[in-house]
Design a protein around this ligand. Structure first.
Ligand SMILES: Nc1ncnc2c1ncn2[C@@H]1O[C@H](COP(=O)(O)OP(=O)(O)OP(=O)(O)O)[C@@H](O)[C@H]1O
Ligand SMILES: [Mg+2]
Length: 445
């Protein structure tokens, strides 16, 4: 919190400023109303404490002028003995509170704490509104396959630590959901979970999202705004699509992770935060490091613990449960009464390759619920492209088909070369040669 103390009496000014600095606030001082207004043009203040009686510009006029510049500043006025009327006038002009001289500093501190509470609440409301629009409901997390159970046990072990976590996995595998799950299993669960998607955000926009900005930091910055790092203080910050962060912003992010301090854009006050960082990407960060588009030092900071979410085709045991779960969810939502899914429909779902993973399954089941004419979902209600195999097969050359097939089996065997070769019916050396000539790469773990 940045506080401006405005008083024409030096002793009073120094007393107040000293007290507030001791309490850990950032304090600026002004000896007159005019100086206060000048300072307000260059710096946005969270709170101004003003003496009402000053030569030239008095407290009330100063408030009015400062409010024109920055309507979000809070004002507390100091009044001498017997000037209740002017305190009342100041309150009418938008002062938050007043204090009688001689000052009771404890009282002042209480007022400041109340103002801080209000500021946070104000922004919280905005965030809540955004969250409701997000329409996220944390109903249920389906994870029955051995791979997912193993992942859950990892999560329960690491959730309470403060280590940074990197979530890897194809699109639609549930990275978002897992990030929220980790937060709600952690000791930070009663504080905020803040998510930002870094995808395709230009540098300044992303940085103002991260760090916030002071009023006037750039054209259009009419009000000061706190960033997501500040907002997630004591909670969890989830950076989605972290592979998309521009390299210059990566440097700044690295600094926050090393020092836990940063400045708002256009500001010079250091802000200290305590956040747990969860990041996610479906890109190959190792490859980006090799290309020079992702910093290696940042990668190691983010990647203290890696959790890889298996693709849906690697855990087909979950497909039936997920399908049933989604049918129930959408039946409720659409007011339909769907009782069952046919066996052959389930078989079809289990055989399909799910390039879009759980999200694709969710969409397919929603469409099935909406379109089904009876209380029973049959095979015909779930048209799947190409049915079992990859859907683009026809358009691919034979070499592509071979390459993709090898990559898929490698994936399934977790790059066990002997097993892959055996399953493909070729010699290990032939497999090695093909991996090399097709340039097949292992996905990051
Ligand atoms: N295990 C699960 N149980 C129930 N629902 C799930 C599960 N996994 C994913 N979902 C649902 O599937 C959808 C996609 O999940 P999510 O958004 O978490 O994927 P993602 O990995 O973040 O995808 P992207 O990389 O595209 O951002 C969401 O609606 C989510 O609620
Ligand atoms: Mg996501």
């Amino acid at each position: 919190m940045h506080i401006l103390v405005v008083d024409d009496e030096k002793a009073q000014r120094d007393l107040l400023a000293g007290f507030l600095r001791n309490k850990g606030y950032t304090v600026s001082i002004a000896a007159s109303g005019k100086e206060a207004i000048d300072r307000n043009v260059t710096t946005g203040f969270d709170l101004a404490i003003l003496d009402l009686k000053m030569p030239e510009l008095d407290g009330i006029e100063t408030i009015e002028r400062m409010k024109e510049i920055d309507p979000e500043t809070y004002f507390v006025v100091l009044t001498g003995y017997g000037t209740v009327e002017s305190a009342v006038r100041a309150m009418k002009r938008g002062a938050y509170d007043y204090l009688n001289k001689p000052l009771n500093l404890d009282e002042l501190e209480l007022i400041i704490e109340r103002i801080q509470g209000e500021q946070i609440m104000h922004q919280e409301l905005e965030m809540l509104r955004a969250a409701v629009e997000d329409e996220f409901k944390f109903d249920s997390f389906i994870a029955d396959s051995p791979k997912m159970r193993e992942m859950l046990s990892v999560i329960s072990r690491i959730a309470r630590s403060d280590s940074n976590i990197l979530l890897l996995g194809e699109s639609g595998t549930g990275k978002d959901l897992v990030a929220r799950l980790i937060h709600s299993a952690s000791s930070r669960k009663n504080n905020r979970f803040i998510a930002i998607s870094c995808a395709a955000l230009p540098e300044t926009l992303l940085e103002s999202e991260f760090f916030g900005y002071e009023r006037g930091a750039f054209s259009g910055a009419e009000k000061k705004r706190i960033g997501k790092f500040e907002f997630a203080h004591k909670g969890t910050l989830f950076l989605d699509e972290v592979g998309d962060i521009p390299i210059s912003t990566q440097v700044k992010l690295l600094r926050v992770l090393q020092e836990f301090t940063f400045e708002r854009l256009g500001g010079n006050m250091s802000i200290k935060v305590d956040v747990r960082l969860i990041t996610a990407t479906n890109q190959d960060l190792q490859e980006k490091i090799a290309q020079g588009t992702f910093r290696e030092d940042l990668f190691y900071r983010l990647n203290v613990i890696t959790i890889r979410l298996p693709a849906l085709r690697e855990r087909r045991e979950d497909i039936k449960l997920l399908a049933e779960y989604f049918v129930e969810k959408f039946s409720k939502k659409c007011g339909r009464d769907i009782e069952s899914i046919s066996r052959s429909a389930i078989d079809k779902l289990v055989r399909y390759n799910w390039p879009g993973n759980v999200r694709e399954l969710e969409n397919v089941m929603e469409r099935a619920v909406v379109l089904s004419r009876s209380a029973h979902i049959s095979e015909n209600d779930i048209p799947l492209e190409g049915d079992t195999k990859r859907r683009k097969t026809i358009h691919e050359s034979l070499a592509d088909v071979e390459k993709n097939h090898i990559a898929e089996i490698l994936d399934q065997t977790n790059w066990n070369l002997s097993e892959t070769a055996a399953r493909l019916g070729i010699h290990r050396n032939t497999l090695r040669m093909k991996i090399k000539s097709y340039g097949i790469k292992r996905k990051t773990q």
